[in-house]
Write a protein that binds this ligand. Structure first.
Ligand code: SAM
Length: 348
């Protein structure tokens, strides 16, 4: 671990709109990538990719087989996976405000979305290793990463996730949108190996009931390995959601590219990427006092907040105008934000 400037929040990056912010560089680099393709060919590659990902996973061989596949993946999915991981890392960074990863390993890293998200969360440079079994994904990831100085020295290495996977020790290990593609035994082996190698492990999955179930399974294994949950949960006890009744997930807003609009034949300028995640660590962390787990409902003179609270309960709290500054904070609160539970009134 190294001490460095405080992490930049997503809103900081939005406000400052620094031309060199990794989020902006990634957007521009991916736009250039798509500009180089005939539109019909790009749309067909995306449609093939979507069809493959609808097929049965896990697979015995990489789904991303050639350059057309990985360009489609990078153009179509990478902005969304980047946004989801960025959001998870932002919440994690809030729980460990003076910590900056001194090294990062991204397992099943593909074209490197999580490496960009780490670069966007914490400034500076660090040794970065991306592991994946799909050589075309690694090759494109390396190519895209050439536009970000912090990633120019990154190592892009072929590796198969499974019982034989060995990881060098690293401050941070990320596993983003990968567990879905693994067998149950490979999922368990990967989480245990990550726990043995890292100070902090961040796992992101699709925000579906199945994605949430895989995150909970990983969360349990990380806690059993001696980790504490830093985000999104306000505690490391059992998740209060009764299995099968609901699922904990969040949303990250992603601008739609012209390719997205073409494939989805829609005109919306953005979409919301739903994701589930856990960030767990061996270092001291201060989890959120409580977490907003649904989009807040703003009514006349009141805001309804659905919260996950530190006493292992889910509660709806109603914040009204008479709560003054807290009401103002509630009006600004977003799904996924932390919330100061001690100051909140009991719900109606
Ligand atoms: C949906 S992509 C996610 C890529 C990237 N982490 C992201 O968030 O955009 C899943 C990645 O996991 C890799 N993968 C799946 N199974 C694997 C395995 N058994 N060994 C190594 N990599 C694997 C795939 O090649 C692919 O790059």
């Amino acid at each position: 671990m190294t001490k460095a400037p405080a992490p930049r929040s997503a809103s900081y990056n939005r406000r400052v709109n620094h031309p060199a912010a990794p989020a902006d560089t990634l957007r521009a680099t991916l736009a250039d990538l798509v500009d180089g393709l005939p539109p019909r060919q790009a749309a067909q590659a995306v449609e093939r990719l979507i069809a493959n990902y609808r097929g049965d996973t896990p697979t015995d061989a990489p789904i991303l087989r050639d350059r057309a596949d990985v360009v489609a993946y990078a153009a179509y999915r990478m902005p969304a996976t980047f946004a989801a991981v960025r959001s998870a890392l932002g919440a994690f960074a809030q729980a460990v405000p003076s910590w900056v990863p001194g090294s990062h390993v991204d397992v099943g890293g593909g074209t490197g979305a999580a490496t960009w998200a780490v670069g966007d969360t914490w400034g500076g440079t660090r040794p970065v290793t991306v592991l994946d079994w799909a050589e075309p994904a690694l090759a494109l990831g390396r190519e895209i990463a050439a536009s970000l100085p912090a990633l120019r020295e990154a190592r892009w290495q072929r590796a198969r996730i499974g019982a034989a996977l060995a990881l060098d020790s690293a401050d941070l290990v990320t596993v983003s949108y990968v567990l879905n593609e693994l067998t149950a035994s490979d999922r368990a082996a990967l989480v245990d190996t990550a726990a043995g190698a890292a100070q902090a492990v961040v796992i992101v999955e699709a925000g579906t009931p199945a994605g949430y179930a895989r995150v909970i399974e990983a969360r349990d294994r990380l806690i059993a390995a001696g980790f504490r949950v830093a985000a999104p949960c306000p505690h490391s006890a059992a998740c209060p959601i009764v299995p099968g009744t609901d699922w904990c997930h969040f949303a990250a807003r992603v601008s739609r590219s012209s390719l997205h609009r073409q494939v989805k034949s829609g005109s919306l300028a953005y979409e919301d990427e739903k994701f589930s995640y856990v960030a767990a660590t061996r270092i001291p962390a201060e989890p959120a006092p409580s977490r907003v787990v649904r989009r807040p409902q703003i009514r006349k003179g009141q805001v309804l907040l659905d919260l996950c609270e530190p006493d292992e309960q889910l509660r709806r709290r109603t914040v009204t105008k008479r709560h003054g500054d807290l009401y103002k904070a509630a009006r600004d609160a977003a799904w996924g934000d932390s919330w100061p539970v001690g100051e909140a009134p009991r719900g109606a």
